[in-house]
Design a protein around this ligand. Structure first.
Ligand code: SF4
Length: 425
């Protein structure tokens, strides 16, 4: 149903520019901002420095009326100098936290650059604390440190830490679908309704809304990735017997239909039924995209590597919005998970993997694209040079998956161009 690009190349044939230089990205702690909203009885305790606390506070905004579900246990200078027992202090903080917040069912100890520098073993800390607080509270750990990560890897590390905790699916159970990747509740509900209309089920989501309702996993699990940055989680799921359903990602009409079609094929749903179920939503999405196509069509776009969403977004913008791709940079090009996307991208697409920020800035400046998608650190300098930018982090914070959000996704790219036009009048 989803035609490859007329000039498709096949994943194996693409040329990728590999960059290994200075990087300009947020760290994996950032994922806590959307994960803490999703898993409603979880708490994220960052074991880090005041810098980590400031990053989280400024990125998440100050929550005045809500009890936040994340905090930072600050490693002080005397901990860094080895003058205090950081483990003892951590145990004290966790004890106080769990006493004050009896609603917490899942506690993540989140490692940071400082905790890694002092080699604080959070895996041992998590199992030690579990002995005290299980079964009321499950205590897991993962690293969100900025050493060799991109910001979306925080979600991958978090979900990979949850996989060993998932209950085993009953043997000989009928196939069940697992959708993997944090989605806003409203989007999850829309997908649930579509799967139900297709007759696909049971369907589970990882992460689940509650830590006490973790989805089962086993040989009967067929999983669809909702995000392209979940390589470690996928590996962990396969270690539990789950099987991946290769598909494009559910961005825009083509991506969403391709994604649903992968599940439909695996669950024996006929093409005609799929077409009937998705047709009204496809039509609504196409109508919503129309006004933005007028603004985006023919415009040239350049992606800096940042969120790992770059390849699916480039496919959406090229195929459905008529944009020209100058360069599609991504921190990691996971060829297996992105195979269906790469097949749909135009011939001659320039990919770059990894980052050498100065060289990429040079290429960007000489290409003078109409729009650049990049991290916050690059956006202001480029804007000052007269280059219009879109913050890639916004694409992770906003609901952009599925048919009903296709128009909002397109608008995120159209808005900076419209703003630039207005400023120039
Ligand atoms: S984890 Fe590292 S990169 Fe992230 S805020 Fe803390 S110190 Fe900075």
């Amino acid at each position: 149903m989803l035609a490859p690009s007329p000039s498709r190349q096949g994943c194996a044939e693409i040329t990728v520019l590999r960059e290994r230089g200075q990087r300009e990205v947020f760290c994996g702690l950032t994922g806590i901002i959307w994960l803490h909203r999703k898993i409603q009885d979880a708490f994220f305790l960052i074991v880090g420095s005041r810098t980590c606390a400031h990053l989280m506070q400024s990125a998440a905004g100050v929550m005045i009326f809500a009890e936040p579900r994340f905090a930072t246990a600050v490693i002080e200078e005397r901990d860094l100098a080895g003058l205090a027992d950081a483990n003892e202090e951590l145990d004290k903080v966790v004890g106080q936290l769990l006493e004050r917040r009896p609603d917490i069912r899942l506690l993540f100890l989140v490692g940071s650059c400082p905790s890694e520098v002092i080699k604080l073993d959070l895996s041992r800390a998590a199992s030690r604390l579990s002995q005290t607080f299980a079964p009321q509270v499950r205590i897991l750990h993962y690293s969100g440190s900025g050493i060799e990560t991109t910001f979306t890897q925080g979600e991958d590390a978090c979900l990979a830490a949850v996989v060993p905790e998932l209950p085993a699916a009953a043997p000989h159970e009928a196939d069940r679908l697992l959708v993997v990747g944090a989605l806003p509740d409203i989007v999850e509900d829309q997908f649930r309704r579509l799967f139900e209309a297709l007759g696909i089920g049971p369907v589970d989501f990882l992460p689940s809304r509650s830590a006490t309702a973790l989805p089962p996993v086993g040989g009967s699990t067929r999983y669809l990735l909702a995000q392209p940055f979940l390589a470690d989680t996928a590996r962990a799921l396969e270690g539990r017997g789950a099987r991946h359903l290769p598909a494009p990602f559910p961005f825009g009409v083509d991506g969403t239909t391709g994604w649903l079609a992968a599940a439909a094929n695996a669950f024996g749903v006929g093409d005609a039924h799929l077409r009937r179920v998705v047709a009204p939503a496809e039509q609504r999405a196409r109508t919503a995209l129309e006004r933005y196509r007028r603004q985006l069509s023919g415009k040239r776009i350049f992606f800096f590597p940042d969120s790992q969403l770059e390849v699916p977004l480039a496919r959406f913008l090229a195929r459905e919005m008529g944009m020209h791709l100058v360069e599609v940079g991504t921190p990691y090009l996971h060829r297996q998970h992105l195979a269906a996307e790469i097949d749909l991208l135009p011939d001659g697409t320039v990919y770059s993997e990894g980052q050498d920020v100065d060289r990429q800035l040079d290429r960007c400046r000489s290409a003078r694209p109409d729009l650049v998608v990049c991290g916050l650190g690059l956006a202001n300098p480029l804007e000052i040079e007269g280059i219009t930018t879109k913050w890639s982090i916004e694409l992770v914070f906003s609901p952009v998956h599925g048919y009903e959000q296709a128009g909002d996704l397109a608008e995120l790219f159209a808005r900076p161009l419209v703003r630039r036009d207005r400023l120039e009048v």
